[in-house]
Design a protein around this ligand. Structure first.
Ligand SMILES: [Zn+2]
Length: 182
């Protein structure tokens, strides 16, 4: 057993694995439950990190959802907006004329000035069904199928509830599917 494990290149301490096999069934059950709880937590935290990353990089997407997940805040009219507090401090602010004249290599340092920028205080919010506080409504958007017979785009409205910081939740308010970009 030891010899087999020594030949296996795993970033784990096989002695700990062997030790685990010596302990009681009750301890194994308890360990399994702890692992499951940690996996659930990691899955939830990965989700929160992914959403935050998507919000911070939304300004750089010129075709939201086409090349990966797009998550954005919404204005009161439910249109996607950029949020001032989520923009990099050194981002280039183009005028309409500068944007039209700029080569692609320069455009990537900023965003189309026709995109609306609002303050975090002004984003669309909704009451959370879990904690009944008001949270920003986030638009989760991406192309889910790209084929010769037709495309599929999925748009969801979600809330992020962090009332329980140990167990943050994504709450779906609604979802729509379309054959074209929304
Ligand atoms: Zn909540």
């Amino acid at each position: 057993m030891t010899e087999v494990l020594e030949k296996t290149v795993f970033p784990i301490d096989y002695r700990a694995v062997c030790a685990l096999n010596q302990v009681s069934a009750a301890t194994v059950k308890s360990c399994k439950q702890s692992i499951k709880a940690l996996e659930t937590r990691r899955y939830q935290m990965d989700g929160i990190v992914g959403i935050t990353y998507a919000l911070l990089t939304h300004w750089s997407q010129n075709d939201p959802g086409k090349y990966g997940l797009s998550i954005s805040f919404l204005g009161q009219n439910e249109h996607r907006v950029l949020v001032e507090e989520y923009l990099p401090p050194d981002i280039k602010r183009f005028t309409k004329e500068e944007w039209e004249a700029a080569p692609l290599s320069e455009r990537q340092h900023g965003f189309d000035p026709r995109r609306k920028v609002i303050s975090l205080a002004d984003v669309l919010c909704a009451e959370c069904p879990e904690c009944h506080e008001s949270h920003p409504v986030l638009e989760w958007y991406r192309q889910t199928y790209d084929g010769p017979g037709g495309d599929e785009w999925l748009k969801r409205h979600i809330l992020l509830c962090c009332a329980d910081v140990d167990s943050p939740k994504q709450i779906e308010l609604d979802r729509k599917v379309s054959a074209d970009r929304f």
